[in-house]
Design a protein around this ligand. Structure first.
Ligand SMILES: [Zn+2]
Length: 224
C-alpha cells in the first residue's frame, strides 16, 4: 500500500467511535503495548477505518484511526494503518456481510492458538455466541493476503465469529465493530473458563441438538 498520509478529517465520527472501542480491549485485558486493532467498514463507500500502526492506547483519538480503501491503501489519515490492514481489507472484500473486525493476542485464546487446538463447545455461553467450537485457522505470515485468506477460509460458512489463527491470535468479525469487539471479549472469556475446567479434568461436551437450540434462541433474541 502507498501511504500518502494526509489528513482531510473525513469520517471523523466513525473514526472516533472506533478509537473509543479500543478502550474495551484494554478494559478486558485483551491487548499489550500497541498490539491489537479494531476496524469498521464505511457502508456504501468501499472504505474502512482502522487503528494506526503503533498508536498507544492512551493517546488514541479519531486522528489515530486511518481511512483505507478495500485494497488497504490509505485514503485519509496521518498514521500509517495497522500492520494487519491487508488482512482486514481481504476480509471486507471477501465477506460483504462483515461490518467490523477485531484482532488481539488475548492470552488465554492465544494459548489455544499456540497449540492449534479449537476451543470445544462445553459452555452454554459458547453455544449462544459461537454456535459451536471456536475454530483454528492456518499458520500464515504477515505481509500479504495469507492471514485474510485463512480467516475467510475458516469463518465463511461457520457460525463462529471468531477464529484462532494458529501460532498467532484471535481475529473476530461482526456486523459492526462493536459486535466484533464483543466476540473478542467473549472468545477470551470462554478460552479462560474452558482452560480452567481442563486443569481439573475433561470438560463435558454439549449435545449438538442443545448447541443448535441455544444458538437459535440466542441469535433470535440478541442477533442483528
Ligand atoms: Zn497479531
Amino acid at each position: 500500500m502507498t501511504a500518502t498520509l494526509t489528513e482531510r478529517g473525513t469520517h471523523r465520527e466513525r473514526r472516533a467511535h472506533v478509537a473509543a472501542l479500543h478502550a474495551e480491549l484494554t478494559r478486558y485485558g485483551l491487548v499489550t503495548w500497541t498490539s491489537g486493532n479494531v476496524s469498521e467498514r464505511v457502508p456504501g463507500e468501499d472504505l474502512f477505518v482502522i487503528k494506526g500502526s503503533g498508536v498507544s492506547y492512551d493517546e488514541l483519538s479519531w486522528e489515530g484511526v486511518t481511512v483505507c480503501d478495500l485494497d488497504g491503501g490509505v485514503v485519509d489519515g496521518v498514521r500509517k494503518p495497522s500492520s494487519d490492514t491487508d488482512a482486514h481489507a481481504f476480509v471486507y472484500r471477501s465477506m460483504p456481510e462483515v461490518g467490523g473486525q477485531v484482532h488481539t493476542h488475548s492470552p488465554y485464546a492465544t494459548a489455544w492458538a499456540a497449540r492449534a487446538e479449537e476451543i470445544p463447545c462445553v459452555l452454554t455461553a459458547m453455544a449462544d455466541e459461537f454456535g459451536g467450537p471456536i475454530p483454528v485457522g492456518p499458520f500464515a505470515l504477515i505481509g500479504d493476503d495469507s492471514i485474510g485468506q485463512g480467516i475467510v477460509a475458516t469463518l465463511r460458512g461457520s457460525r463462529s465469529p471468531a477464529v484462532l489463527m494458529r501460532n498467532h491470535g484471535v481475529f473476530t468479525i461482526g456486523a459492526s465493530a462493536r459486535a466484533a469487539v464483543k466476540a473478542a471479549v467473549m472468545a477470551e472469556d470462554v478460552a479462560r473458563t474452558v482452560h480452567l475446567s481442563r486443569q481439573l479434568g475433561e470438560p463435558v461436551p454439549i449435545a449438538q441438538e442443545h448447541v443448535d437450540a441455544l444458538y437459535a434462541r440466542y441469535q433470535n433474541v440478541y442477533g442483528q
